[in-house]
Design a protein around this ligand. Structure first.
Ligand SMILES: *[C@@H]1O[C@H](CO)[C@@H](O)[C@H](O)[C@H]1NC(C)=O
Ligand SMILES: *[C@@H]1O[C@H](CO)[C@@H](O)[C@H](O)[C@H]1NC(C)=O
Ligand SMILES: *[C@@H]1O[C@H](CO)[C@@H](O)[C@H](O)[C@H]1NC(C)=O
Length: 414
């Protein structure tokens, strides 16, 4: 697994470090670049929502939508119904689901020729962007606020049974048609979880693209990951009463400092590489844009659930840690498993993974592919990119040619 704790740590590290270094660099930049940076700041300060700040500024039509989940979370969705040319989409709808610590801006912060959301719109798709509960633009609830502990009582089980369900249902209702799905990282785990057990969602999906898929988390390639799963980091935070995990915060910085003092960990080396793998193709000048929007908070319980996957190697529901509570929630002493082999063999799946991705480890992806070995051949398309690491799939400047073009070809076939 490398994966989840690594995802957790990688993002904390990535963002706390880059944030500091970014600022230092910025102050010594020339005035043109400073101006560019100030423009970003004011765009953000206005807090107009994703359509106004990230989509319309690029000359695209964008609609803000809201959907309420069955457990009361009010999620925002952005829709791009047409490309730059103004021609109405005729290739069907696609719902994009971001990963951990991210929001829909994941799909928007490179240029329109490099970012998946714009590329899909320009290629005739009706694009819908999902935002997970707890992120900046999905922080509403019918009775709670993010200041309430109860607001953060969820893990990716709830993202499967409520958020994904609501977003898919909303797009389906709105368009009257089945939709394509594309997810990155945690956005793939929740899709796989849903496809393995939820006929209602399956009946609304035409096909799904899984970028940097996360399912099995058995491989532990680095001393860091081993350490992280051993001390069961997230649990500590949880029991200290920290229900909301803000990766930019003081707690993240403290955590990082502790990690850097461990034997075998060299925090002077390139930390982003240490955690995510060496991303080949990210435009470093876009990192500043990225850092102004991300990372987004998540529930500590979600991180605990992910670290349970690393420790047990199982794709299972959240483990309450004692038989009594598991009985109460599941009617059995152990949490039920998500069975990847029960994903229907005729569900069109496009899967792309990278040779340098330390979060979606090649060996873990092989286990997933093995689960899918009975899948109908023309319903499973696998694109392996040797030099890609985790973030290249959403931030890579050449991702269009390498990943998105074959993905769109797959969508058009299904
Ligand atoms: C979708 O439509 C059904 C039937 O009209 C309705 O019951 C449901 O609440 C709608 N769901 C969403 C998420 O829009
Ligand atoms: C840590 O990495 C830096 C930069 O790559 C290197 O100069 C330093 O010698 C390394 N320290 C140790 C203890 O390996
Ligand atoms: C990298 O980003 C900068 C600033 O946004 C842009 O001018 C440049 O063309 C980008 N380079 C590539 C290869 O996309």
């Amino acid at each position: 697994m490398a994966n989840v704790i690594i995802t957790l740590l990688s993002l904390i590290v990535l963002f706390s470090i880059l944030k500091v270094e970014g600022r230092k660099t910025l102050f010594s930049r020339n005035s043109d670049q400073d101006h560019e940076f100030l423009t970003f700041y004011s765009a953000i300060a206005s807090d107009d929502g994703i359509c106004k700040s990230m989509v319309e500024t690029q000359g695209y039509t964008c609609e803000e939508h809201k959907v309420t989940t069955e457990d009361g979370y009010i999620l925002s969705l952005q829709r791009m119904p047409m490309g730059r040319s103004g021609k109405t989409a005729d290739k069907g709808s696609v719902l994009l689901q971001h990963g951990l610590f991210m929001d829909a801006i994941t799909w928007l912060f490179n240029s329109p020729d490099e970012s998946l959301a714009f590329i899909l719109a320009d290629n005739g798709f009706d694009v819908w962007l999902a935002n997970t509960r707890g992120t900046r633009y999905s922080s509403g609830h019918t009775s709670l606020t993010p200041n309430d502990k109860a607001y953060w009582e969820w893990s990716w089980d709830e993202l499967i049974s409520y958020d994904l369900q609501a977003s898919v249902q909303y797009v389906y209702n709105h368009t009257g048609q089945k939709l394509h799905y594309a997810g990155h990282s945690l956005g793939t785990l929740i899709a796989l979880g849903a496809f393995s057990q939820d006929d209602e969602v399956l009946n609304m999906i035409r096909s799904a693209a899984l970028l940097s898929p996360i399912a099995h988390l058995n491989q532990i390639p680095s001393p860091l990951t081993k350490f992280a799963s051993n001390i069961f980091l997230a649990n500590d935070l949880y029991w200290l009463g920290l229900r909301e995990f803000i990766p930019k915060g003081q707690d993240a910085a403290k955590l990082l400092e502790e990690i850097c003092h461990l034997p075998g960990i060299n925090c002077s080396a390139n930390l982003m590489t240490l955690f995510t793998g060496p991303n080949c193709c990210i435009n470093s000048s876009r990192i500043y844009v990225f850092l102004e929007h991300e990372p987004q908070p998540t529930a500590t319980k979600n991180l605990i659930h992910l670290s349970q996957m690393i420790r047990t190697g199982k794709i299972a529901k959240y483990d309450y840690g004692n038989e009594g509570q598991n009985m109460q929630h599941y009617g059995r002493p152990n949490p039920p498993l998500y069975d990847m082999t029960s994903i229907p063999n005729d569900l069109p799946l496009f899967l792309s993974y990278g040779g340098n991705d330390m979060l979606s480890d090649v060996k873990d992806v092989q286990v997933l592919l093995d689960n899918l070995k009975d899948h109908e051949k023309d319903k499973l398309d696998v694109v392996f990119v040797q030099d890609y690491a985790h973030a290249d799939f959403v931030m890579g400047v050449n991702a269009n040619q390498v990943v998105y073009e074959p993905m769109m070809a797959f969508f058009k076939l299904h």
